[in-house]
Design a protein around this ligand. Structure first.
Ligand SMILES: [Zn+2]
Length: 416
């Protein structure tokens, strides 16, 4: 039985985190937390990086989940959002794959397909509301146009093969709506492909799965293997005539997370011409930090309670969830930004610099992010950290987006 029910008072009693949980002045608390690296959106310079910095393509942004569940407006930049137009401008984003995600479990196939349509619609409508800043991008040329026109190209990626309900026709319709990658699976529940975690499906890719991957090749829709099993990873690369992506994971040799790529996987990915989008989620970057996640269990329960309590007051919900994120950081801290660079460097060493990119997973992992990279506006800190590590401007530009763009171009050329 849970002793945590709902409401701020009980949380304070339970955790004695009064100073964090009872805050009403986010501005002060957040500024204190974000410290010297922090730049609030009010201080954001007018898009200083995009016009002059490298092409920056994020392979996995989870903000659509928050557009749906918290009603965020991308034109506003509250402290609790990690990806919005001012912060994307501040960070110099050229284009980003916005993830269409619906949980794989506890949904009927029809509900999952409907979610894919509904979430795609929410993204497209949000983009439509901000025509001066964003447009829906579907090709590598669109990404280059975004850079030229100093706008943000919003690309669509489906996160979870359960959302096509094993149907080639649904797959094709999602392509026609703009989706340019499909994460073959999420956490099980996809009958034609094995998942890295919680798998209840086959070990690798079934014959039907191979057929789906071949159709994706024909369309020019990339396979994202972020949540796929190791066997499915090798089977897909064996099947695909186009480069594959792993849009948000890291390196097993640096942190032993089951979704991270082994050195053998990194080498095979390089042979395929594919790209690993290194994820910022500290649970995948740092074993010691992940070991402390068990201390956050009850804050997780509070998060669920807040979702119930404030379901009719979405701004308040966002504020409460943000306070809980801050409480987590107070409890277990965050690894330094150099830990993320360790993974980028390892992937570049094993797979080669041409096969490394970025997949932030912003707006999905709370503040379980490296220090100094709490939102997309802080991306210049990452570029600086790569330079400190000895990456040349040219190599940093490949990681920032050049490699992802090349993989898109190759997938387009392989289509037809
Ligand atoms: Zn994911």
């Amino acid at each position: 039985m849970s002793t945590v029910k709902r409401g701020v008072d009980q949380r304070e009693i339970k955790y004695n985190l009064t100073t964090v949980l009872n805050r009403r002045d986010f501005g002060i608390s957040t500024a204190a937390f974000l410290g010297a690296c922090g730049t609030t959106s009010e201080q954001a310079p007018e898009n200083p990086v995009a016009a002059t910095g490298p092409l920056y393509l994020d392979l996995h942004i989870d903000t659509p989940s928050r557009l749906v569940s918290e009603g965020l407006n991308l034109g506003e930049s509250p402290e609790y959002s990690q990806v919005d137009i001012p912060k994307m401008r501040q960070g110099g984003l050229t284009a980003g794959f916005f993830a269409v995600f619906s949980p794989a479990r506890n949904k009927t196939p029809l509900e999952s397909v409907k979610d894919a349509l509904r979430i795609t619609d929410v993204i497209v409508e949000e983009v439509r509301r901000h025509p001066d800043d964003m447009f829906l991008a579907t090709t590598s040329d669109d990404v280059l146009r975004a850079q030229r026109e100093n706008k943000i190209g919003v690309l669509l990626g489906i996160e979870g093969g359960h959302m096509i309900d094993s149907s080639i026709e649904v797959l094709r319709q999602l392509y026609r709506l703009g989706a340019r990658y499909l994460g073959l699976t999420h956490s099980g529940n996809t009958p034609w492909v094995g998942a890295a975690e919680y798998s209840d499906g086959p070990e690798g890719l079934t014959d039907q799965g191979r057929e789906i991957v071949r159709e994706m090749n024909r369309l020019g829709m990339m396979a994202d293997l972020s949540h796929a099993s190791e066997q499915a990873f090798f089977d897909t690369i064996d099947t695909s005539v186009a480069p594959v992506l792993n849009t948000h994971a890291a390196c097993r040799a640096v942190a032993d997370h089951p979704r991270n790529l082994t050195d053998e996987m990194l080498r095979v990915l390089a042979q395929n011409g594919g790209v690993l989008g290194v994820a910022y989620f500290t649970g995948m970057l740092d074993d010691g930090h992940r070991a402390r996640f068990s201390e956050l269990r009850e804050i997780g329960q509070q998060r669920s309670a807040a979702r119930r309590e404030f379901k009719d007051n979405l701004q308040r919900l966002s504020e409460e969830l943000w306070k809980l994120n801050l409480a987590e950081v107070e409890l277990i801290g965050t690894p330094p930004l150099s830990r993320l660079v360790d993974h980028i460097e390892h992937a570049a060493t094993v797979a080669g610099i041409d096969h490394v990119g970025l997949g932030s997973d912003f707006d999905s992992v709370g503040l379980k992010l490296p220090a100094g990279l709490e939102h997309i506006g802080k991306t210049p800190n990452l570029i600086a950290a790569m330079k400190d590590r000895g990456f040349s401007d040219e190599d940093a530009a490949k990681v920032m987006g050049g490699n992802a763009l090349r993989a898109m171009q190759a997938a387009e050329q392989a289509a037809g």
